[in-house]
Design a protein around this ligand. Structure first.
Ligand SMILES: [Zn+2]
Length: 458
């Protein structure tokens, strides 16, 4: 395999010989493995290595981007990226000023998950599958496991040379039960920053998930209408990411006049207790890193502080265009794509309320847990909770069929009237944007209570 460190060194020299407003090269080598079961059938299993890179150039506000799987004739690729940029550039280039960085960041794990034998991983999934399939009424199931170990090197005309190693693991289990007429499902989604231990020992959880899918067959459906709804940390975290976080991505704000009018810094979005943060600068989370894919150091960015909109997420370019500070949120899923503005670890900060405080004075409400799916369109969202219960006289009561929550994100943020003290981060799933999916992120929240939340149902 090519020594990408030596190639990066050569490219740093090559870049220096060319004229452009900015040039960077990002080289990557990766190992991955995956196993997929569909029902009892092993659908796919394998391990792969890959290496490649890209050149990105900026000339008069226009970008050129060339990606490659072969490290031959690199000067020609630099020239091509510059030519592309010259072809589209017709204004003044804008990039927020940052200091050049020279650093090397290890993956920070004891064991590269990809090197664990496939037989060992398959053995673990077989155990989970046995548990699923000894549950009566299971109709079908999917188990998807994947891991990766990557080394990425960025060199730029600014003089940066940043090497970062990153590992990732994820496990998704989906179980569908039927009694002949009804069909219900339940799932688990877990991820970690390359720590294989996190996906081990889930036997009990898999069993409970299978049983829940079966229990849902007999569960009643909530009556549709407005309720006081309590969200668990997983659903609240996904809500914050999907409904609000994406609106804080500055490329999106910059290109959308209506959103520019709505996302005005200083505007009140919620109660004083509401704080929403995005940060890659906390170690060990799936969205964590020391530098983004433009070599900008990770920051802790308050999006909402004490109820007011105070920040948003930036690449160097969006920061310059909007005259704000860069936040280190330019990320690319791999070397085939240019970095774009992305979230990292996004969460609602904890407040004081215990779970009992939150549900204690609810006469009739809904406790919605977990995430099953959903869509957003600007400020409107429709989310399916994976699991739901009635709340009656301050207590969690009967299990319900999964509920659908619908609303306007800004109204919903305003209607949050209690925030728990029990922050939990959800490391499952991944984020999609601009064809780059699934990007490792995490999101989280304490339990939160929302007044007048619309629940779909009978
Ligand atoms: Zn997303």
């Amino acid at each position: 395999m090519t020594d990408i460190a030596a190639t990066a060194q050569q490219l740093a020299e090559v870049i220096r010989r060319y004229q452009a407003d900015y040039i960077e090269a990002r080289l990557e080598e990766s190992q991955t493995s995956h196993i997929t079961y569909r029902g009892r059938e092993l659908e796919s299993i394998g391990r792969a290595v890959a290496a490649g890179g890209n050149i990105r150039a900026l000339v008069k506000g226009g970008w050129g981007f060339v990606s490659f799987d072969s490290f031959d004739e690199l000067p020609g690729k630099v020239e091509l990226a510059i030519k592309q940029a010259q072809f589209v550039g017709n204004e003044v280039s804008q990039l927020a000023a940052v200091e050049p960085v020279v650093d090397s960041v290890p993956a920070g794990i004891d064991r590269n998950p990809v090197t664990i034998p496939l037989a060992e991983k398959k053995g673990l999934l077989d155990e989970y599958n046995d548990i699923i399939w000894r549950t009566p009424k299971v109709q079908t199931s999917v188990i998807g496991y994947s891991d990766s170990f990557k080394k990425v090197i960025l060199v730029s005309s600014l003089g940066s040379n940043v090497e970062q190693a990153k590992a990732d693991t994820s496990l998704r289990v989906n179980i569908v039960a039927t009694d002949g007429s009804e069909v219900q499902q339940s799932g688990i989604s877990i991820g970690s920053r390359g720590n294989f231990d996190e996906v081990q020992g889930l036997h009990r959880q898999v069993e409970e998930t299978a049983q829940r899918a079966v229990e849902l067959l007999a569960a009643p459906q909530a009556k549709g209408g407005e309720y006081t709804v309590v969200l668990d940390p997983i659903l609240a975290g996904v809500f914050v990411h999907e409904a609000f976080g994406h609106l804080s991505e500055s490329d999106f704000v910059y290109e959308n006049d209506r959103l520019k009018e709505v996302m005005v810094l200083g505007k009140t979005f919620g109660d004083e207790a509401l704080n929403i943060v995005d940060t890659a600068a906390i170690p060990g989370m799936r969205g964590s890193y020391r530098y983004d894919d433009e070599g900008v150091p990770a920051t802790r960015t308050y999006l909402i502080r004490e109820g007011k909109l105070v920040g948003r997420l930036h690449s160097r370019e969006t920061a310059a265009r909007m005259n704000e500070e860069p936040t280190g949120n330019a990320r690319a899923i791999n070397y085939r794509h240019p970095p774009i503005v992305r979230m990292t670890n996004t969460f609602i900060e904890p407040d004081k309320a215990s779970f009992e405080d939150i549900i204690g004075d609810i006469k009739e409400g809904i406790y919605a847990r977990n995430w099953y799916g959903g869509t957003t369109s600007m400020e409107m969202f429709t989310f399916s909770a994976g699991e739901a219960y009635m709340i009656r006289n301050g207590k969690v009561a009967e299990l319900l069929r999964p509920v659908v929550l619908t609303g306007n994100v800004f109204t919903t943020l305003m209607n949050i009237d209690a925030i728990g003290n029990d922050l939990e981060m959800n490391q499952g799933g991944g984020c999609g944007k601009g064809g780059q999916v699934p990007l490792p992120v995490s999101n989280g929240s304490p339990h939160i209570r929302i007044r007048q939340c619309l629940i779909g149902g009978r």
